[in-house]
Design a protein around this ligand. Sequence first.
Ligand code: NAP
Length: 618
Amino acid sequence: MTIATTGSSRTDSEDSLGIEDLRRKYRRERDRRAPSGSTRSYTSVAGEFGYYAKDPYTARTERETRTDAVEALVIGAGFGGLLTAARLKEAGVDSVRVMDEGGDVGGTWYWNRYPGIRCDIESYVYMPLLEEVGYLPRWRYAPGEEIRQHAIAIAEHYRLYGDALFHTRATGLAWDETLEKWLVSTDRGDRFHATFVVTSSGTLTQPKLPGIPGIETFRGHTFHSSRWDYSYTGGSADGGLTGLADKRVAVVGTGATGLQLIPHVGRDAEHLFVFQRTPSTVDIRDNRPTDQEWAASLQPGWQRERMENFLEVLAGEPVEESLVQDGWTATVNLQRQILSGAVDDTISPEEREVRDELDDARTMNRIRSRVDEVVTDPATAAALKPWYRYMCKRPGFSDEYLQTFNRPNATLVDTADHGGITRMTETSVFVGDEEFEVDCVIFATGFEVGISGVLSGTLPVTGRGGQTLLEAWGQGIQTLHGFATHGFPNLFHLSALQNANSVNFAHILQEQAEHIAAVIGEGRRRGARYLEPTLEAQQAWVQEVAATASDTRAFQAECTPGYYNGEGTRSIGGASYSPGPVVFHRLLREWRATRMREILVEPSASRQPKAVSAGVSA
Ligand code: NAP
């Protein structure tokens, strides 16, 4: 048995749909999923749901509180934090303390250990510092554990463990006007000083649960995909979930995470129910072991060259040869609908939209046809087809996911007509009046966007004159290049806001880490009193970001709801620098060569806020 779809069947003759038909069809599918009551609401994994966020991997150990001083504190030990700490060490900053809420380094790769987890960007361009650490991934798309081990290798290589604080959350940063350092408070009672603070707290960190009525009454086993409970399922990230052999298991969510873990649960559970609200696009993965002949041919500098090339291709920049040819490089024009980068201005915007919409329709038709080719049951295949434009959701890739629905023990439950799961009871999941009795519910329902760190206010920051960062950003985010804010000396952030963005965000983080380390290194070399952008430079940058922002609202308004468009309520575009990462990184290099005076405050400068624009010349 392979189907139990509760949604309406699709009858359109799909291949013959023209653009107008597609638009109508997409709108109908969007409206089926439009926000309605509680079904599109989410529950934070706090309070009574706090156990969903607990660390299942590392026991929390007691330690002495810190009341000392370090030169640099890096908050977040994912790739962004590790890269920054590594580059700071290279720049001569020996005293670097790394802090993370997790029990070890790795960030995303620390928390997410579900079966089947892999990177979905080619590992040779995604995993940073490969040449520095002397490692080559074994697979084109590396398993999560290999990536996590690489994060550990980076921390060891750059000697970051010695002063690292794990299972520690920063609870406050306050600028000490006398010492001209940050006073850092944590949830472990630490109160120490740091000359420089860098925040790299990630954007998709806090797991979220759907606001399903009755979710708290369920008495079976349940956990979130980012806190996988191997003590219940058995096995490892490679599979072998023997604990599920006699279990009826519900998986809620079919995003990038669901796509990777569902094949494993299908293989090992007595019965798998996949509760789907919106199908993902599932394109070809084509994973393979690293070609040893290719590996032997690599010359020093190869990784940076490959990363640059991939970024250029994704950003729409011309290249002689595309080195990474995959599902991402094949859809560059379509990604431009929401991601920053160069647009083809050899044709008019109207012609471009027609070209891209046709291209979009071809790509989506191909992806929908693949469902028919793989999935044998026609009703299940119909329910698995995504009806929206390509970048409405994070594109997905898998050569195992669709195949799972050919298994006799797998049931797809299409919840779209009900806006998701209707309710839960002690024993069951309900969709409408239909009951599914299960032993276990696994939520692959994603993460709250931008909930951690300074932007959400979960880390209160008080700068010069007692002003908080949230107050300073009351009228909108104010930064120079996304990194630093006037009034908050020696404080830097890694994020896509007013900075660059790309699907290979690890590359963006690498550039950000290098920039911050270069600025701090230069400040130290010149004996700067502190590093703080002038108000003028900051205002100019905020205006530049706004003036060049591309408008993605029209595109996103037509999309099915999801986290890309604030569950159908807003657009996420315009927050990053729209001309794209290649242009932005060039701009940063030029700025470092000629305009460092916009951030270096020399020792003799007045302590008064208005006078800080005086600085050394570059
Ligand atoms: P996600 O993309 O937010 O997906 C959450 C899923 O849960 C969606 O399918 C959503 O349906 C569904 N859902 C939510 N509430 C529901 C309800 N009440 N009933 C039924 N379904 C419900 O989360 P994710 O898959 O964890 O991925 C998050 C991000 O992490 C990705 O976009 C990607 O950036 C990253 N990621 C990367 C990788 C990788 O690189 N290998 C792997 C995993 C994740 P709707 O679509 O209808 O909202």
